[in-house]
Design a protein around this ligand. Structure first.
Ligand code: ADP
Ligand code: ZN
Length: 213
């Protein structure tokens, strides 16, 4: 299955992408994680992206499109993938569409997480991200999975969150209409516990939720 997770920053896409990986055995692909990794390693891409990211702006389309194009060449994504944080602009969506058409593939579903701005602000202000494995929590301290230190991401600071929300409304929300037009959009309420939201995600994807009571 080829899935796109759409929604505001802090909308829970990353958490659900990891849950869906366990359930569906297809890789989550997060451009945000890949860009943060590039930044950490100090690659040319990382250096170009860093300024945009710390200001809460989008990294230019050509850079992220090239990044995804390379990533989708890897074998692990050939039987499906979960895109988290890409596409984020109509230009990116068109480029993805073109890449897939060339391989005779298509997106099966786009799950849009509906989360109000106030909830986004509240979640991001309390969000701790593992400095080692990237897992996110609604607290600081130590990561349950790997023992890494939970830290506040640079762009989760209050001023930057406002900018990211503005960018989301202006540049990413148009994708809802774009994918609705293609008949693949599924909308879910993004407020609730992570497990509840997973249930909604699986239902939206038409996957049987074997663990639901
Ligand atoms: P969140 O979903 O919490 O906002 P991400 O980890 O997806 O965070 O993205 C963090 C930052 O990385 C974005 O604010 C942006 O600067 C950059 N980024 C990630 N994905 C893209 C993309 N598809 N296009 C442009 N910039 C991106
Ligand atoms: Zn960790």
């Amino acid at each position: 299955m080829r899935i796109i997770l759409l929604g505001p920053p802090g909308g829970g896409k990353g958490t659900q992408a990891k849950f869906l990986e366990e359930r569906l055995h297809i890789p989550p692909i997060s451009t945000g994680d890949m860009l943060r990794e590039a930044k950490k390693e100090g690659t040319a891409l990382g250096q170009k992206a860093a300024g945009f990211m710390s200001e809460g702006k989008l990294v230019p389309d050509d850079l992220v499109i090239a990044l995804i194009e390379e990533r989708l060449k890897k074998k692990d994504s050939h039987d499906g993938f979960i895109l988290d944080g890409f596409p984020r602009t109509v230009t990116q969506a068109q480029a993805l569409g073109k890449m897939l058409v060339e391989k005779n593939l298509k997106i099966d579903a786009v799950v849009n997480f509906k989360v109000p701005d106030e909830v986004v602000v509240q979640r991001l202000s309390g969000r701790g991200t593992c400095s080692t494995c990237g897992l996110v929590y609604q607290r600081m301290g130590i990561c349950d999975r790997c023992g890494g230190a939970l830290v506040q991401r640079d762009d989760d600071k209050k001023e930057t969150v406002q900018k990211r929300l503005q960018v989301y409304h202006e540049q990413t929300r148009p994708l809802i209409k774009y994918y609705k037009g293609q008949g693949v959009l599924r909308e879910i309420e993004g407020v609730g516990s992570p497990k509840e939201i997973l249930g909604r995600c699986l239902k939206a994807l038409g996957v049987k939720d074997s663990l639901a009571s």
